[in-house]
Design a protein around this ligand. Structure first.
Ligand SMILES: *Cc1c(COP(=O)(O)O)cnc(C)c1O
Ligand SMILES: [Zn+2]
Length: 425
């Protein structure tokens, strides 16, 4: 953990920033807003704490008057209160698309896809990175770093390039080619580690003890995590300021799932939506299912696993927010489940063929888990549901190559076309 007490608190803490401190999620100890993420009393993770009165100055109108990106919610975020200092590629305000054909295929009444593949680097990570790098810049850092399963690396490299920050990103060496190329192009340092994500993460924590850099998912993680709340706010606003009855969210570290719940809770508490009940469902790959397996066994502790799945963006075997994700699913009456690699590929194809949305493997996990939850009667087909597509399928072509060739390969002649049975019947 990098402690830089001499640069202590955020310069924006005086201004409009509603964030006032970091607080321990376990024992409640508080710390100044600074680049640190672990409680020194009990080693539990820290989280941003807000001044409730400042949050209450946010209205639907003030949000609607904001930019068409995640910064419209700045009044509910811990950084970026001086617009010129934001690190932004205009992430957020992605489409919430009705999915009637997917709903019909699954026997559901009302289904929406929150399509976060529309972000600048084509995954939801642009939200968390924009907030984290903005906080990093406000805290005085000039180098930003991260451990990543791929999407985070690309987003950090892109945002750092746009802001003139130096970036150092660490990834497992067996990353999909598409993710490597599309990270390297931005010009920061891209370091491939001979190990899995959990090895990469361990090295990253060690580096964080050595260098005064902003490590997106280490010392500035509390700021990073708050960016995920915008995926909750946006869905509520796009539904006309109300909460959906059910949501299905993919889990890697579990942070996104817990922050969508936090966002829904805040909106209700602040009177921005009617605080109607909702159920949160989590989706994992069977080849990396530590949270789903704890849920199935009815236990509170999340036992680490060694990941082996095509869903590499979700391959975190030792998820930091796993226990909190379990809490959310249980408290709201949801569930956490998992699906095989074969079901993931089917999920990707089903979403593409019914709605014209090509999601990455994480999207396939979500669609396939939705189907499983319906089959098992855990998710109600008659209750309005939102599923999160968190990344673009072009990033993870490899697992589909064997299933995605041409319908026919023919010579350039009409007769060959007809002989292949491709005309009208
Ligand atoms: C990182 C990621 C997630 C989930 O992230 P959490 O670590 O659980 O917050 C989901 N989908 C994609 C595509 C991701 O890259
Ligand atoms: Zn503590």
């Amino acid at each position: 953990m990098t402690l830089a007490p001499e640069r202590a608190s955020l310069p924006s803490a005086e201004a409009a920033n509603p964030a006032v401190s970091l607080s321990c999620r376990h024992c409640g100890a508080t710390y100044p807003l600074s680049p640190t993420h672990v409680c020194i009393e009990c080693f539990a993770p820290l989280e941003i704490a807000y001044d409730e009165d400042r949050l209450r100055t946010v209205t639907r109108e003030s949000i609607e008057a904001g930019p068409r990106n995640l910064w419209r919610y700045v009044g509910l975020l811990p950084a970026g209160h001086v617009a010129e200092r934001r690190v932004s590629l205009d992430a957020g305000w992605t489409p919430l698309r009705p999915a009637p054909r997917l709903a019909a295929a699954l026997g559901m009444r009302t289904l929406w896809v929150k399509d976060d593949s529309a972000n600048p680097t084509h995954s939801f990570k642009d939200r968390v990175v924009s907030v984290a790098l903005t906080a990093a810049r406000e805290l005085g850092f000039t180098t930003v770093a991260c451990a990543s399963t791929g999407n985070l690396a690309q987003s950090v490299a892109a945002h750092a390039a746009s802001a003139g920050l130096r970036s150092v990103v660490l990834v497992p060496h067996d990353l999909e080619a598409g993710k490597t190329v599309s990270t390297a192009v931005y010009g920061g340092a891209l370091v491939a580690i001979k190990g899995n994500y959990d090895d990469v993460n361990r090295l990253c924590s060690e580096l964080a003890g050595e260098y005064e850099w902003a490590f997106v998912n280490v010392n500035v993680r509390p700021f990073y995590a708050e960016g995920s709340k915008t995926l909750g706010y946006e869905v509520a606003e796009q539904l006309g300021w109300r909460l959906p009855g059910q949501v299905v969210i993919p889990i890697a570290s579990g942070s996104l799932l817990t922050k969508v719940d936090k966002a829904f809770g805040e909106l209700g508490r602040l009177g921005l939506v009617e605080p109607t009940p909702y159920k949160v469902f989590g989706a994992q790959a069977a080849g990396c299912n530590p949270v789903a397996s704890a849920f199935a066994r009815g236990v509170d502790t999340v036992a680490p696993v060694k990941p082996s799945t095509i869903a590499k963006s979700l391959s975190i075997g030792n998820p930091a927010d796993g226990p909190y994700a379990l809490d959310v699913a249980r408290r709201t009456g949801g569930a956490i489940t998992d699906v095989t690699d074969e079901q993931i590929v089917d999920g990707i194809r089903l979403l593409a063929r019914t709605e014209g949305i090509f999601g990455e493997t994480a999207g396939g996990v979500t669609v396939a888990c939705l189907r499983r939850l319906l089959d098992e009667g855990r998710l109600d087909p008659d209750v309005e549901t939102v599923i999160y597509n968190t990344g673009d399928g072009l990033k993870t072509l490899d697992p589909l190559v064997s299933t995605g060739g041409p319908t026919a390969t023919i010579p350039p002649s009409l007769s060959a076309f007809e002989a292949a049975g491709l005309g009208d019947d």
